[in-house]
Design a protein around this ligand. Sequence first.
Ligand SMILES: CC(C)(COP(=O)(O)OP(=O)(O)OC[C@H]1O[C@@H](n2cnc3c(N)ncnc32)[C@H](O)[C@@H]1OP(=O)(O)O)[C@@H](O)C(=O)NCCC(=O)NCCS
Length: 364
Amino acid sequence: MSNTQSVIIRKARLDDEPHIREFTKHTFKYGDYVGDAFAGWLGAACDVWVADIGGIPVGVTCVDYPAPGEAWFQGMRVHPDYRRQGIATMLTQACIKEARERGARIARAVIDFDNYRSIGLAGSIGFKQVAELIEFDVYPELLIPYEPELAVTRLEPHRAAEAWGLARKDIRYIGTCYGEWIALSPDNLRLVAEKGYLLIAQAESGELVAGALLDDCYEDDHTEHSEPGLEQEITSFFGSLEGIRALIHHAAGALYREASRRGGIPRRLRPSVEAKSPALEKLRQIAHLERERLKAARGTPDSKSTAEHSLTTEGKLTSEGRLTADDESTTEHESKVQRKSQGQPVIETGDVMLLWEYPLRISD
Ligand SMILES: CC(C)(COP(=O)(O)OP(=O)(O)OC[C@H]1O[C@@H](n2cnc3c(N)ncnc32)[C@H](O)[C@@H]1OP(=O)(O)O)[C@@H](O)C(=O)NCCC(=O)NCCS
């Protein structure tokens, strides 16, 4: 506890950035996003805190307010030389105090299931784990297009109550932009619908059969992947299997076309869903179905020559779909598809994240 006495917890400034960039650059094996995100946090309506020792920041964190009364804690980092001295605890306490003053009633955060330090921190402060979030990876170039009978569109905000009637049977939280989760409620559904993020599948009659939150796509430079690629999160699925499948195909197709437009790679669509939601089993069934469809289209997927041949064939077969020669800017992408076709699933399970909550009761 040698340095704790001299630690000052204060609001962050732009001139803290180089220090934060420096001490966070090796946080995880792939690096960290915090150095790049920091300036944006300062420009947004977030509370950004640093722990300062002798004028130098050695810890940082950010609180966002994604919905009325709800605080989102994120980006907690402490310089490796100053860990286990209570700095993250002090930063969190400052966040809690300010969030209360701003009128937030609940604080939430997600933590990777294997981040034992952060799980220890959350538990020591009194956060409780409330949900497990299962992530999937969908590889758009392997998803064979089909014509769903359902129409996919953005939900008009005035239909938020209708969406809530369906969603409340399946989910408790809504995953919004930038991986921030808010409580499922009619008001929060309307909020995300107003921002244009709520995608729905509906029958010809207009009946709403499924929904999900589709974030903006982004180039992710902070992953284990070496090549740049376009990614997009889609979360909080509710409704029927056919509806969810139509939503995934719609989003994957849009991601594929956007990557083609930018001359890049559509790396992956990233669905995530609460472990206790019925949508989890539906996603698994869709993953199985799409793998079988790919196998059927490719003949013998484990044979390299067959895969290469059928890739060419498929390119022609799906001329109105995604794998067209016109869409492709590089042969590099084709070789990636060939590599993937050697047994990689179309949809596979990715990371598990834990959602934590802390009620901001005044008596605490
Ligand atoms: C997680 C992290 C922010 C903790 O910072 P810190 O200043 O060392 O945390 P504190 O000293 O305030 O620790 C508070 C409690 O957290 C838990 N904790 C912290 N580090 C731990 C570790 N290495 N092992 C087990 N528990 C740990 C303990 O319960 C600890 O209380 P204790 O020291 O009285 O036992 C820091 O390790 C870090 O920057 N890690 C890399 C980035 C990261 O994972 N951020 C969180 C992403 S969600």
